[in-house]
Design a protein around this ligand. Structure first.
Ligand SMILES: Nc1nc2c(ncn2[C@@H]2O[C@H](COP(=O)(O)OP(=O)(O)OP(=O)(O)O)[C@@H](O)[C@H]2O)c(=O)[nH]1
Ligand SMILES: [Mg+2]
Length: 156
């Protein structure tokens, strides 16, 4: 079984598209299923959006993600209300990227979502914009993930 160091942990609000993104990056068929509990696959740790939406559970997001090879903090491009704590990304020792999801959506505002991520302490240069539906930005995200998690694997 792969170690968490080889996995990408995905956190973000309920419905922001974490599971769909995981399916897309794993070349699986996209189908909606609400994440009820932490879900480990070969390459990912998918978390329920409640970990971010409900402050009481925020420490769970931190616990789950702290030994992952990479943390992807997701915000949907059509999100109007930030729930990420200020400088949340700085809680983690490991590499962190921001992922703006659902950029295909009508009325989406990816720059607003990126601002939420910057407020959460994610470096502007480490914010990627994707749509799991159209595939836009997915190759760039895959490349980015491989660079970080792949390189770590080589060191072992
Ligand atoms: N338009 C559009 N819709 C998306 C995209 N990604 C996900 N969705 C839709 O958004 C809804 C929620 O997606 P999920 O992937 O289940 O979201 P989640 O972040 O895993 O949600 P929780 O498991 O509740 O935390 C579903 O209806 C998806 O089909 C996308 O790239 N574009
Ligand atoms: Mg989910």
């Amino acid at each position: 079984m792969a170690s968490n160091k080889n996995r990408v942990a995905l956190v973000g609000k309920i419905g922001c598209g974490k599971t769909t993104l995981r399916q897309k990056l794993s070349d699986e068929e996209l189908h909606y299923r609400k994440t009820q509990t932490i879900s480990y696959t070969e390459d990912f740790i998918d978390t329920p959006g409640e970990f971010i939406d409900m402050p009481f559970f925020c420490r769970n997001a931190i616990n789950v993600a702290c030994d992952a090879g990479l943390l992807g903090i997701c915000v949907a491009a059509d999100d109007n209300q930030n729930k990420l704590p200020p400088n949340f990304a700085l809680t983690f020792n490991g590499p962190v990227i921001g992922i703006v999801t659902k950029i295909d959506k009508e009325g989406a505002n990816p720059e607003k979502a990126a601002k939420f991520l910057v407020y959460a302490g994610v470096s502007k240069k480490k914010i990627l914009r994707v749509s799991s539906f159209t595939g836009e930005g997915i190759p760039e995200l895959e490349e980015h993930i491989l660079k970080i998690v792949g390189e770590k694997n080589k060191k072992r």
